[in-house]
Each structure stands twice: as C-alpha cells, then as structure tokens.
Design a protein around this ligand. Structure first.
Ligand code: ADP
Length: 428
C-alpha cells in the first residue's frame, strides 16, 4: 500500500482539497439540520401559542373555558389543554383527571412561561400519564394556558428536518470532487514539471560548477608538470640534484592529479549512482584499527596520538571503502591542518537503528565563519597549506556524502578547549 509520503503531489493536493470541502459540507449540513429542526419547532410552537392566547383572552374576559374549548376549532385533533394557576395548581385538563395532577410550577415550559410570558418543550415525557408530548405554555395575568401534542409519528415527521437539501449538498460536493480531481491533476502535473525542471537546473548548475572547479584545480599541476618536463627535455645541462628535483616535482604534481581524479570520481559516483555502490556488513571497529595502524606507520613528526573511547562493536550495512574514507579523511586533515598532538574517536550512542560517533582533534580549530562552508567542494580555509599538503579540497565533501550515503548526518564545531569536533551518525 502506498504511504502518505509516497503519494504524488497531485494526489496529496486532491485529498487535502477533498477533505477540506467535505468537512465544509458536513459542517454546513449539520448546521442546516439543527436550524431546520429549530425552525420547525418554533413554527409548531407559534401555532399552539396562537391558540393559547385566544383561550387566555377568553378566560380573562370571564368566558367559561370549557365552553370556549368545546366551541372553537383546535389546531390539532388530539390536543391536550391544561389550565394552571400562577402558583402551579392545575385547574383544568381535558385529558387527565385533576386529582392525579400535582403542582405544575416546575414544569420547564410552565416555568419559562411564568418568567418570560411563554415557553415550549420538545419531546418531554409527561409525569402524569407517561406519554411524550410537545408542550407550549403561555402565561396571562391570572392563569397559564398550556397545550400539548402527543409525540406521534406524524408529529415526528412534522418536526423532522427536510433532507432534500442534504441530497442537493451531497450532489454538489460530488460534482466539486470530480472537478477538483481533474483540476488538481492538471495543476499537480504542472507543479511537478516545474519542480523537476528546477531540480534539473540546480543539478546542471552544480555539475557546471564542479567542472569549472576541476578545470581550475587541474590547471596548476598540469602546467607545473609541463614546465618540469620541458626543462628536462630542453637539452640544457642540469646537475644530477636539479634533475632529481624536477622529476620529484613532476611525481608530486602527478600524484595530486591522481588523487584529484579519484576524489572527483568517488563524489560523482555517490551523487549519480548511489544505487550502484555495493553494501555489505562492515565492522567499524576494524576500520578504526586500520586507521590506527596507518597512523603508526607515519614518521614521528607527523604522527598524532589516537585516543579511543569505543567500547562496543558497531556493525553497519554499508560500503567499506566509503566508511573508511570518512575516518581516513578526518585523520589526514587532523594531521595536515590541526597543529595538534592528539585525535579522539568516541562512540556516543549505539542502538539497533544506528550509531553516533565523535571525531576530534586538539589543534587550533578554525574561525567560526568558515564552519558552515567546510563541507563544500573545494572550500579551503588556508589555500596555500592545502595545496602544499596535496589536498584536493574534496576531502570533507566526500566525508559528508559518505555519511549521507549511510543515512546519517554530520556537524562540525570548534571544541571548547581548541580543535575541531565532527559529530556524525550512521544508520545500521
Ligand atoms: P583539503 O583537500 O584541502 O584537505 P577538505 O575538504 O578535506 O579539503 O578540508 C577543507 C579545509 O578545511 C582544509 O583546506 C582545511 O583548511 C580545513 N580543515 C579541515 N580539517 C581541519 C582540521 N582538523 N583543523 C583545521 N582545519 C581543517
């Protein structure tokens, strides 16, 4: 089943629009239903109130109420009529014997009539005969007239909201859904096309930038090799030492070219075809041991002391050479640029899902303004030193790509006591 995040832009837009319009329709229908019921109850009440008022006038003018009731047409056939004094005593009821009726002052419709002049109550069960009635009461100067209609299916139908508007609303909502589907499909396709176009443009821009940078990076070593070889081939007499120096310079520039090409190829491979890079079970502890061995082999003046706080085995389903490149590049940088004496590798977290590792040196660190650019390709803090150390300017960009390839993130900060701190995560 497709998850919400896998849905196309069009489908998400469509579902949001549909959900919104159906919520609107339901709110409107609910509101309309309540209004309709209220309107019908008020209409029924108005009919009963009219009868109540006529009866009240007759009673207050001294006409015997039984005569009035018998001689005037009622709005409903089975209308129950009750006359109540202002203190709540029932003095007349055409449906129930008086001796079974208690004080009515507390009945909701009567209480409302006594305070506001009139009141009604929908579907209350009578305490006198147990039937359910629609009550309407009107208060005069001496008595309260209360009329009631038994709650029959006819009355229920009368009070029932008219559902035809609901059918109309649902039909409109359905038509709106169809229109929304086609509109969002078209809109979604257009937006997706624009997004794709922008992503392609950005990728092309990055590729152009990479090509320009590579051209720039290639120029110096190629030109230097050219000069050295021209001098060697020119036939001028050179001392053995000078000849040796030129050959060594050629070799160093060529070595830089080789490393640059390796790094560029690695970075483009990670960007273009990360699916083609194979994965296997890699023991991070082994990689760190290899880095430690390589450090041991360095001449003493270049060597840094490695401090390990890595008390767990960490196995990653990843690419060994990319994982190796993370630790190697960070170590080589610490040797080349930190001016420190120690490096520290610590395992901060290790769970079933992944791990968090810290790599630090105790050197001079770098100015904070450079920190956010450090992972950019060809970004160097000290250009001269980087070139002199044979840096390609791609080391940290490779580290970042390798971390991303393993589903992690990486940050760089200055340590409080000096030196750089890299914190990164790797997914298992
Ligand atoms: P390079 O090939 O120049 O080493 P990187 O991407 O590996 O390129 O590093 C970018 C720059 O960051 C380096 O040129 C260097 O100036 C700086 N840098 C990297 N690591 C450190 C460190 N441990 N201490 C100080 N500066 C560093």
């Amino acid at each position: 089943m497709a998850s919400a995040t896998n849905l196309s832009f069009h489908k998400r837009l469509f579902l949001q629009l549909i959900a919104f319009s159906w919520v609107m329709v339901l709110c409107f229908v609910g509101f309309q239903y309540i209004r309709e019921k209220e309107y019908k109850s008020e209409f029924l009440n108005a009919q009963l109130q009219q009868y109540n008022r006529h009866l009240l006038v007759a009673v207050e003018e001294g006409e015997p109420y039984e005569t009035y009731i018998a001689s005037h047409e009622k709005p409903f056939d089975d209308l129950r009529i009750t006359l109540i004094t202002l203190t709540g005593a029932v003095i007349y009821d055409n449906a129930i014997p008086l001796d079974s009726l208690d004080n009515h002052r507390g009945r909701p419709e009567v209480a409302a009539a006594l305070t506001a002049g009139e009141g009604y109550n929908i579907g209350r069960q009578s305490t006198s005969d147990g039937r359910e009635y629609f009550y309407s009461a009107t208060s005069g100067d001496r008595v309260v007239v209360r009329t009631a209609i038994p709650y029959s299916s006819t009355l229920q139908d009368l009070l029932e909201a008219d559902w035809s508007f609901l059918v109309v609303m649902i039909s409109i909502a359905l038509v709106m859904s169809v229109v929304a589907y086609f509109t969002t499909r078209r809109l979604g396709k257009d937006i997706e096309r624009v997004n794709r176009y922008e992503a392609e443009q950005e990728q092309n821009r990055l590729k152009r930038q990479l090509t320009n940078n590579i051209n720039h990076e290639l120029k110096t070593p190629v030109a230097s090799i050219q000069v050295c070889l021209e001098t060697l081939l020119s036939g001028i007499t050179l001392s053995d030492d000078k000849r040796q120096e030129l050959i060594e310079r050629c070799y160093a520039h060529n070595d830089r070219l080789r490393r640059l090409l390796n790094d560029v190829s690695l970075i483009t491979r990670m960007e273009d075809g990360s699916a083609l890079i194979n994965r296997e079970r890699v023991l991070i502890n082994e990689i760190i041991d290899e880095v430690a061995d390589e450090l041991e082999m360095l001449p003493e003046e270049e060597r840094l002391m490695l401090h390990l706080d890595f008390h767990d085995e960490v196995i990653i389903d990843g690419n060994p050479s990319l994982l190796g490149s993370i630790f190697r590049n960070l170590t080589e940088n610490a040797i080349a640029y930190s001016d420190g004496k120690n490096i520290y590798i610590s395992l901060l977290e290790n769970s079933d899902k992944g791990c968090r590792i810290r790599f630090e040196d105790d050197g001079k660190g770098i100015e904070p303004r450079h920190l956010s650019h450090l992972f950019e390709r060809f970004y160097r803090v000290d250009k001269g030193r980087s070139r002199q150390k044979g840096g390609t300017g791609l080391g940290l960009a490779i580290v970042k790509h390798a971390v991303l390839f393993h589903g992690g993130t990486i940050t760089v900060t200055n340590r409080p006591n000096g030196g750089l701190r890299f914190d990164f995560t790797l997914c298992k």
